[in-house]
Structure formats: structure tokens, C-alpha cells
Write a new protein. Structure first.
Length: 280
């Protein structure tokens, strides 16, 4: 079993378009969406949900009617999660339990909270593990790890697990890449793309994952594409794909299809070529 993770310095670089593009050209994949803050892969894969699991995380406080509104919990809360009416804003709460400790009436109890759901779905491109967080909840590395674990359990030794990872350099992306065999960074030829690329290469080096780069929309700014190629050369991180810009990607998205299924033009050829290099 092999694990390949696609990441990017930030959202909107075309990471999911390229992941779905790979999914439609390769058989024997187990697909996983670890971009749990903004899961878009499902739009292109049209999953049929077969199994669900509640994702429970974090102890969160609940208040009982023993509360006398003394305000001690509000004073101690460092995260402004308790208002003057002693209502607890769960999305601001960090689960530190200071309020439970300080309450003279034992009116606050820390309880487990379901903050999302993980799904195993059937798609025409292979089994697909994905997750949805409740509104206002932020992704942590733990939910990403659980998505990956389920994908691993689903896979057999001949499968490749293809992961649409999280953007950025926070906990979720670390959880996506820490146990992967290969990482593909999708970048774009913009000033911010170059800046993010440098940071994310450093991160992948830290985790010693074999890393390669794909420049999406490379033809929009040849000068920046050249800069990216030079940076990658210095960092000994090969550029294995240059994907051209085309409005067909938007049309494929509207049509809810992977780009490589929607069209057989230049972009599909380039994605196929990139996948061939990535999987070997
Ligand atoms: S500390 Fe306890 S009693 Fe006081 S306001 Fe908070 S919940 Fe109510
Ligand atoms: S658990 Fe901590 S962060 Fe949450 S409401 Fe209580 S004091 Fe504030």
C-alpha cells in the first residue's frame, strides 16, 4: 500500500482539481479528503455515502440550572467564551475546564461533544473517505488522522491511497503528511504562491517526506514559473508537472466532473503525465 498526499501553501491553488484529475485516470485508488475545513473533492466525485461515524472531540462545558450567575467562570475564561448572561459560546471555547474548576456551585460539567462526521462513500473512482465538521468547528490534526486511518483500513496492499490534504502549514496538514510516502505540492506562479511554497517545502523537509512540485496555471506568469523552478532546484524538490490555465476547469467543476473526465485536451494530457511521474 502506498500513500500519496497532495497539498498546497494555501487554498484555491487547484489542489482539488488536480487530485480529482488523478482520481479519474487511475484505478485501484482509495481516495481521502483531508481538507476537512473546506472539503471540495466530494463535489467532483459524487459520493454515495455507505457508512458514517460520529467524530467526537474535545470536552466542552455545559451549564446546569444550579448557576447563580456569580460570574466567576466568565472572569476566569481566557477565551471570552462566556458572556454576561453566562451563556457559553462553544466555538470560542478551548476546552480548558477552568470554568468547571472555579464554579462554586458545581454548575458546569465538561462533556464530550460531537464536532463532525466521517463518511465512507462509494464513487465510480474508488472508495472515498471524507469528513464534515459542524459549522464553527475548526479542523484539528485528529480528525485528519481518523480519516486517514479509515482509508488505510479500507485499502489492501495493492491500493494507493490518494489524499487531498489540507492547505497551509497548520496541524491538519502536518497530520496529512507525517506518514505519507510521497507529497505533491501544488503551487501557482504568483508572489504569494512563491512565498507559501518556500514555507511548505521547509515543512515537508522537516517530516522527511519525498516531495515533488506541480505548478498549476504555469502559463499565466512565465517569469514567476521560472522563479519557482529555480527555488525547487535549490531546494532539491523536483517540479514534475506544469499544468496550463484553461476555463475548462471551471466548466468541469460546474459539471461536477474531474477535469480529466470532462475533457481530453492539453490539460488532461499534462495531468496524466504528472500522475505517471508521481505514482512511480
Ligand atoms: S461560576 Fe458557576 S455559578 Fe458562577 S456564573 Fe459561572 S456557572 Fe454560574
Ligand atoms: S472550558 Fe475554558 S475556554 Fe471553555 S468556557 Fe470554560 S473557561 Fe472558557
Amino acid at each position: 500500500m502506498k500513500k500519496i498526499t497532495i497539498i498546497s501553501g494555501k487554498g484555491g491553488t487547484g489542489k482539488t482539481t488536480i487530485t480529482a484529475g488523478f482520481a479519474a485516470i487511475e484505478k485501484n485508488l482509495i481516495l481521502a479528503d483531508c481538507d476537512v475545513d473546506s472539503p471540495n473533492l466530494q463535489i467532483l466525485l459524487n459520493p454515495e455515502i455507505k457508512e458514517t461515524k460520529n467524530y467526537i472531540e474535545l470536552l466542552k462545558p455545559t451549564k446546569t440550572n444550579k448557576c447563580t450567575k456569580c460570574g466567576k467562570c466568565r472572569e476566569i475564561c481566557n477565551f471570552n467564551a462566556i458572556n454576561t448572561e453566562i451563556e457559553i459560546n462553544q466555538s470560542k471555547c478551548e476546552g480548558c475546564a477552568a470554568c468547571e474548576y472555579i464554579c462554586p456551585e458545581n454548575a458546569i460539567k465538561m462533556k464530550n461533544k460531537q464536532i463532525g462526521t466521517i463518511y465512507k462513500s462509494k464513487t465510480k473512482y474508488g472508495p472515498f473517505i471524507h469528513a464534515k465538521l459542524k459549522p464553527g468547528e475548526e479542523a484539528s490534526g485528529k480528525i485528519v488522522t481518523q480519516v486517514q486511518q479509515w482509508a488505510q483500513k479500507t485499502a489492501n496492499k495493492n491500493n494507493t491511497i490518494l489524499i487531498d490534504g489540507s492547505p497551509g502549514i497548520g496541524c491538519p496538514v502536518i497530520a496529512s503528511i507525517k506518514s505519507t510516502d510521497k507529497t505533491l505540492i501544488v503551487t501557482e506562479p504568483t508572489v504569494s504562491g512563491i512565498h507559501d511554497l518556500k514555507r511548505i517545502i521547509e515543512l515537508t523537509k522537516h517530516f522527511q517526506t519525498k516531495t515533488q512540485v506541480c505548478i498549476n496555471k504555469h502559463d499565466l506568469n512565465p517569469k514567476n514559473t521560472k522563479k519557482i523552478t529555480e527555488i525547487c532546484k535549490t531546494q532539491k524538490t523536483p517540479v514534475i508537472g506544469k499544468i496550463p490555465y484553461t476555463q475548462l476547469t471551471t466548466k468541469a467543476m460546474i459539471n461536477k466532473q474531474p477535469i480529466t473526465e470532462y475533457t481530453d485536451t492539453e490539460i488532461t494530457k499534462k495531468i496524466k503525465k504528472t500522475w505517471k511521474k508521481l505514482k512511480n
